[in-house]
Ligand binder design. Structure first.
Ligand code: ADP
Ligand code: MG
Length: 394
């Protein structure tokens, strides 16, 4: 893969690249729609990565090419980069260069060639992988000395301000900071993070990612409505964010709200945030969350029902699921899965299904058959082990 990338770079730009970097896509294990409520999330990096072959330039020119989209090399001038100055895929890497320069880092130009195995638009964060790989390459080539979480923040800023997508910081942090064999427990309020062991193989389990290959249009508007609804509910309850409503106070909080929709949003966010803590406690018993407790055995099987309850909450209370995602969960569970839920923003995209290793094939087959029987396009299904975050490859 690296060799092919390097020779493509050489053909495009006439010389070998200074280096090759990679950054992964991600799935979120639990903690959906908690990030804009200052809550916690628990993503893991996928084995699918976006690679960038990059050479440094001193002349203010930024050249961008992706082997995954039609089109020739885009040539931009770094000092002309500004939010809204360019659309299309190139806005993601260009936005990162803009964000770095805007933060005062001396990035004087680059030649970049991209190739990725992260499915795009499937809710697996190909956009974050593209941003983070660009940020890491620039960090290395210009000796910026930035920490992975700083690269994530700058990448998020690129997507929010330059590309114009109001995403939280989870995707970029997962791509930059995840480590092999772990999920990343990220507190989106104080940005503290902890690696939580997630040894699927050691416990005889597999995590199937099911890309439904649909993307229903209501997605963008629904995100805005829910975000506004959560902020309105927090104001009505007199808290900074819904993460400040502790589960023990949930009933009390619900009784204070007249609007039935807001009540459902609050119930999802508060219970979902609690589910993140519950899953972390199962995966890493005896860790700081439960001081004094003797370290026990990580129980991945035990998280299955928590994932499934989380799906019901997203479907019924937050109303961001869709027929295809519900069908993955139903058919997966009917075929013996340990737990299943939609992951990411919903309205299509992907779901995760936790299965016994021995059931991997049969569950995947059952989900595929259920899709065929319902007249849906065949889903794309692959097992995912928790993989490494962004790194230099060559
Ligand atoms: P997701 O992040 O869930 O995959 P997004 O809509 O946020 O979906 O980002 C997808 C967009 O990111 C693509 O439409 C494209 O503009 C850009 N992108 C991602 N990966 C690549 C790639 N390998 N080459 C070119 N553009 C890419
Ligand atoms: Mg994205």
């Amino acid at each position: 893969m690296t060799d092919r990338l390097t020779s493509a770079f050489r053909e495009l730009y006439g010389a070998a690249p200074d280096g090759v970097w990679s950054a992964p896509g991600r799935v979120n294990l639990i903690g959906e729609y908690t990030d804009f409520n200052d809550g916690s999330v628990l993503p893991l990096a996928l084995p699918h990565t976006t690679l960038a072959a990059v050479s440094r330039r001193e002349d203010g020119v930024l050249r961008l090419h992706s082997g995954d989209v039609e089109g020739s090399v885009a040539e931009l001038r770094v000092e002309e980069l500004a939010p809204g100055s360019g659309g299309g895929w190139a806005a993601y890497p260009a936005g990162v260069v803009w964000a770095l320069r805007d933060a005062g880092h001396p990035v004087t130009g680059a030649d970049i060639h991209i190739a990725s195995t992260v499915p795009t638009g499937a809710g697996l964060s190909s956009s974050a992988a593209l941003e983070v790989v660009t940020a890491l390459a620039c960090d290395d080539l210009f000796g910026l000395g930035l920490r992975p979480w700083q690269l994530a923040r700058l990448s998020q800023r690129a997507e929010n301000v330059f590309v114009g997508v109001p995403c939280g910081v989870m995707d970029q942090t997962a791509s930059a900071c995840c480590t092999e064999g772990h999920a990343l427990h990220l507190d989106t309020r104080d940005l503290s993070q902890r690696q939580v062991p997630f040894d699927l193989v050691g416990q005889g389990l597999r995590l199937l990612v099911v890309d439904t290959r649909v993307k229903h249009e209501l997605g963008d508007g629904a995100y805005a409505t829910r975000r506004a609804g959560c902020e309105e509910a927090a104001r009505a309850l007199g808290v900074q964010a819904l993460r400040d409503v502790v589960p023990e106070r949930l009933d009390e909080a619900l009784a204070e709200l007249d609007d039935v929709t807001l009540r459902r949003y609050v119930r999802h966010v508060v219970t979902e945030n609690a589910r993140v803590e519950e899953v972390v406690a199962l995966l890493d018993p005896g860790a700081p969350a439960s001081p004094g407790k003797a370290p026990g055995r990580s129980d991945i099987r035990g998280i299955g029902p928590v994932l499934t309850v989380g799906h019901a909450s997203l479907r019924d209370d937050f109303e961001v699921s869709c027929a295809e995602l519900d069908l993955v969960v139903e058919s997966g569970l009917a075929a013996g899965a340990v737990g299943a839920r939609m992951t990411g923003g919903g309205f299509g995209g992907s779901a995760i299904v936790l299965v016994e290793e021995a059931d991997t094939e049969s569950v995947a087959k059952s989900v595929t058959e259920a899709f065929a029987a319902a007249g849906h396009r065949a889903p794309r299904i692959f097992p995912a082990l928790p993989s490494a975050g962004a790194k230099r490859l060559a």
